[in-house]
Design a protein around this ligand. Sequence first.
Ligand code: NAD
Length: 482
Amino acid sequence: MKTVKNYIDGAWKEPSGKESQDVVDPGTGEIVAKVRFSTSEEVNGAVKAAREAFREWRMTPPVTRARYMFKLKSILEERFDEAAKICSMEVGKTLEESRGEVRRSIEVVEAMAGIPTLMKGQALEDIAAGIDCSVYRQPIGVFAAIAPFNFPFMVPLWFLPPAIATGNTFIVKPSEQVPLSQQMVFEILDELNLPSGVVNLVNGGKDAANVLLSHPDVAGVSFVGATETAKYIYSEAARHGKRVQSLGGAKNFMLIMPDADIPATVNAIIGSSYGCAGQRCLAGSNIVAVGGIHDALVEALLAKSKALKTGYGLEADSQMGAIASKKSRDRILGLIEVGVKEGAKLLLDGRKVKVEKYPKGFYIGPTMFDEVTPQMTIAKEEIFGPVLNILRAKDFEEGMRMIEACPYANAGSIFTASGKMAREFGYRLPASMCGINIGIAAPMSFFSFGGSRNSFFGDLKAHGQESVDFYTDRKVISSRWF
Ligand code: NAD
C-alpha cells in the first residue's frame, strides 16, 4: 500500500505524527493508501525551508521564473492521463471530469508563464520638480495553501503557480482525505529542479493547518473549503497579521425564464448539477422555474436525469461517479431524508442506485426534488451532492428576491433569450460568478475566481491578475538625484 510523503526542502520524507488516515477509493470502497499526519516540527521545518529559499528566489529574474512555468506545463501535459487517473481514483469523479480538472490546472500555469508582463509596475516622471516615482510589485515571503477534497489536483494549483512565479515560496497542505494527486504534482515539481525550499508539501489535518495559520514566518494563506472553516481561517490568519483569501461553500441558483431554450438549458443544468456528482462549488443546486416553463422543464430534466449512468469513475461509460467519501454520502442521504420530511416532492430518488460491480463504493444517483420552497433545509443548505431542487417563481422579480435572500453568493446563472433580463440578472446577482445561458460559470485562469458573502472572505480572489495582487506588495519608490 502506498504511503504518503511530505516534500520539504527538496526531499521526500514520510510524516511522523501519531495520527493517520486511510485514503479510500470512493468508487470501490477499498483502501488505497495511508496518510500519516505531520508533526508541528515538520510543518515548522517546511516554513523554515521556504523562508530560507525566499532570499534567493525573490532575486531570480521573472523571465527565469516564467521558464519554470513553461517546463511545468510541459511535464503536466506529458503526464496528463496519469494525473487524471489518480485524481479520479482518490475522489471518485469520472475520468472526463478529472481531465477537465487537470486541464484547468495547466491553464493557471500557462497564465503565469506571462509573469514578466503581469508583474510590471508603474512609473511617473516629475511627480514634483526633478522627482520621479515608480511602483514595483515585490514578492512578500512564504505563502501557504490549505485545500479541500473536491478538486485534489487543481485547487493547490490555483495558488502555487502565481505565488512562486511572483517570487514567493510556497507550502501546500492538501486535504487529508485526498493526498495522492498532490504527491504527483510534487513529483513533477521535483523534476523542475527548482531551488530547494521554493515549494513544499505537508500532509495532515487541521493541526497542520493551524501551525501555518499562526506561524510568524508565513506571510499569507490561500484557503478553499467549507464556509465555517473559511470564516475561521480568515479570522485566524488575520489575527496573526497575514494576508488571506478564503473561499467557502456555495448554494447556487439557476433562474430559468419562460423564454429559455429548453433543450440547451436542460443540458446545462444536468452538467452543472450532476457534474462531479454535485461536489463542486459551482454546482447548480436551486433551479428556479419562472412562470409557465415549469412543466416542460421538469419533464425534460427528469428524462435526462434518469438516463445518466452512475458508475465507477475510472470506467469509460460512467457518466456520474461516486461521492468522495462515506461521510459525505451519509450526509447527503440525511439531507435527502430531510427534504422528503419537509414536504418536497421526490421525483427521482438516487438512493436507489446500485453499482453492481462495486457494492462497497459510495454511490448516490441523480436525485430530483420538485415543489421545493426557499424555507426548506434543502433549499438553504449546501448539499454538495447530486441533488437538484426545483423551485417556482411567478416572475423574474420573485426569483431574483429568492436569490438575493441567500447568504451564499458564489455563482448564479440565468437562462433566457432576453438581453434585457440577462443584463438585469448580471446587474443584481449578489454572487460574483455569473452565467448567462451558461451552467457552470467558472472563470478561466486569466480571470479571478471566487464569490462573495458567505462564499468568500477577503478581497483579492484566486488566479488571474488578482492573484498577482494578492501575492505581491506594491512598493512606491520616490527618487531625487542631486
Ligand atoms: P473543509 O473546510 O472541511 O476542509 C478544507 C481544508 O481545511 C482541509 O485541508 C482541512 O484539513 C482543513 N480544515 C478543516 N477544518 C479545519 C480547522 N478547523 N482548522 C484548520 N483547518 C481545517 O472543506 P472540504 O469538505 O474539504 O471541502 C468542501 C467544501 O469546499 C465545500 O463547502 C465547497 O463548496 C468548498 N469549495 C469551495 C470552492 C470555492 O471556490 N469557493 C471550491 C472548492 C470547494
